[in-house]
Design a protein around this ligand. Structure first.
Ligand SMILES: *[C@@H]1O[C@H](CO)[C@@H](O)[C@H](O)[C@H]1NC(C)=O
Ligand SMILES: *[C@@H]1O[C@H](CO)[C@@H](O)[C@H](O)[C@H]1NC(C)=O
Ligand SMILES: *[C@@H]1O[C@H](CO)[C@@H](O)[C@H](O)[C@H]1NC(C)=O
Length: 416
């Protein structure tokens, strides 16, 4: 082992010694390195091969290093590259010539270029910029699915009251300015809505968003943000959710959400809420039907939501829940209804019986000899009331005997 390593090391040293004098001295950095802004959060880096470079060196490539706003680096065989990066903090990059294919990587010195940050007072740029997209119906046959975009943000703490924020988005080569804004209590724009955009509903690219602004009192700093389109795509809720209970089985079905993605591209979450037991069941499935064993005498509220599954695109956002579908019935409810109905019937029957009894017994005649009309009216009422009261008691004789004297006294005392 050790001798082998030594031999290898020796070989490396010899190779290095062979190569060192010649190419290293002749590897020269590129010239005319420039950074050009191509669009919102997009730059073109361009350079030329060093004209002094000794010809005949194959495999010459370039190593590009981004220093700010955040470090990144890559290698390329071409002399230009375009990429997306937020530009509100400026950009600084470097490039060097490298020689690939040799036993050791060889590189020239670096050349650098810088794009200054756009002007603006500190604290004037918006914060907490977030965006969400949604698939909507397109008007044409060629584009049945379109994408709407909604973004919101908070006004910068140091932004004057007259600040007018504007939002622009760029998707690929398309750039569009927002026309529909919502404002906060100081009437500064804090949200924006595009009913239709050029964003592809199945896209994977970056969405670049810029919010800049103007004010008479301060220079407003812009803010750029890049969003992975799939990460901010919110699915539509599943359509036509139906639920039914057969015996002890609750079966739920629904259609896939309105989306450019086919059936097999969705994950679903089913939420079954047992209103009687205040119990919540959540299930995650990838088919569009669900069967559950349930308590037959309970009421359930069923909701479903959807998200594009990782099988078709990097996971996006869950849709809102579908409208609740109510299914099943609590036994208690019909029972109490029946009890109420029975009670009403019983009371009616009792009243009827009582009035019949009263008239057949000639209660009036026997108890109250003829007296002036208003009086008798009141008595009628009172007697009827007593009949009602006693309707529930068992015999006719009791009714008659009970109603007697005390009533009359009360009547006389209270009314006259
Ligand atoms: C560098 O840029 C200058 C000015 O644009 C141009 O004249 C020159 O040819 C460029 N150098 C190379 C090596 O292309
Ligand atoms: C806004 O963003 C900041 C920092 O990113 C965070 O601390 C804060 O909680 C956010 N505010 C709201 C209302 O989301
Ligand atoms: C805001 O940005 C857009 C797109 O880059 C640009 O066209 C516009 O002039 C900018 N407005 C202000 C006030 O800076």
């Amino acid at each position: 082992m050790v001798p082998e390593l030594l031999i290898l090391w020796g070989a490396t040293v010899i190779l290095q010694a062979d190569l060192l004098p010649d190419p290293k001295s002749s590897l020269l950095p590129p010239v005319n390195f420039t950074i050009e802004v191509m669009g919102i959060a997009q730059v073109l880096l361009r350079w030329d091969p060093n004209p002094e470079q000794a010809p005949g060196l194959a495999n010459l490539e370039y190593h590009v290093k981004i220093n700010a706003p955040w470090p990144d680096d890559y290698e390329t065989g071409t002399t230009q590259s375009t990429f997306a990066v937020p530009l509100h903090q400026g950009l600084s990059a470097s490039v060097q010539t490298i020689l690939q294919g040799g036993p050791l990587p060889l590189a020239s010195s670096w050349v650098s270029a810088e794009l200054p940050a756009p002007p603006g007072s500190p604290g004037t740029s918006v914060t907490n910029l977030t965006c969400i997209t949604n698939t909507v119906a397109g008007h044409t046959h060629r584009r049945p699915y379109q994408v709407s975009l909604r973004c919101s943000w908070r006004a910068g703490a140091a932004a004057p009251g007259d600040t007018r924020y504007s939002l622009y988005y760029r998707y690929g080569p398309w750039t569009e300015e927002c026309r529909e804004y919502s404002t906060d209590e100081t009437r500064r724009n804090t949200a924006c809505w595009f009913p239709k955009t050029s964003i592809s509903s199945k896209g994977h690219d970056w969405l670049a968003v810029r919010v800049n602004g103007s004010s008479r009192r301060a220079a407003i700093r812009p803010l750029d943000r890049l969003f992975a389109v799939q990460a901010i795509a919110r699915a539509n809720p599943p359509a036509n959710v139906t639920a039914q209970i057969q015996g002890t089985h609750l079966s739920i079905q629904w259609d896939k959400p309105f989306s450019a993605f086919p059936h097999h591209c969705f994950d679903y979450e089913v939420k079954i809420y047992n209103t009687k037991k205040d119990y919540l069941q959540m299930e995650r499935i990838s088919s569009n039907a669900f069967l559950s064993v349930v308590d037959a005498v309970a009421e359930y509220s069923v909701q479903v939501r959807a998200a594009v599954s990782a099988a078709c695109r990097a996971a996006g956002l869950w849709s809102p829940w579908s409208r609740p579908v109510h299914v099943g019935s609590e036994e208690r409810k019909p029972l109490t209804e029946w009890v109420l109905i029975l009670l009403t019937v019983a009371v009616c029957v009792a009243l009827l019986t009582c009035s019949l009894l009263c008239s057949t017994c000639h209660l009036w005649a026997r108890l109250f000899p003829p007296i002036p009309a208003p009086k008798s009216n009141i008595k009628d009422l009172l007697v009827t009331a007593h009949c009602e009261k006693l309707g529930a008691s068992t015999t006719e004789t009791e009714v008659v005997s009970f109603v007697e004297e005390p009533e009359f006294e009360i009547l006389e005392n209270s009314v006259f």
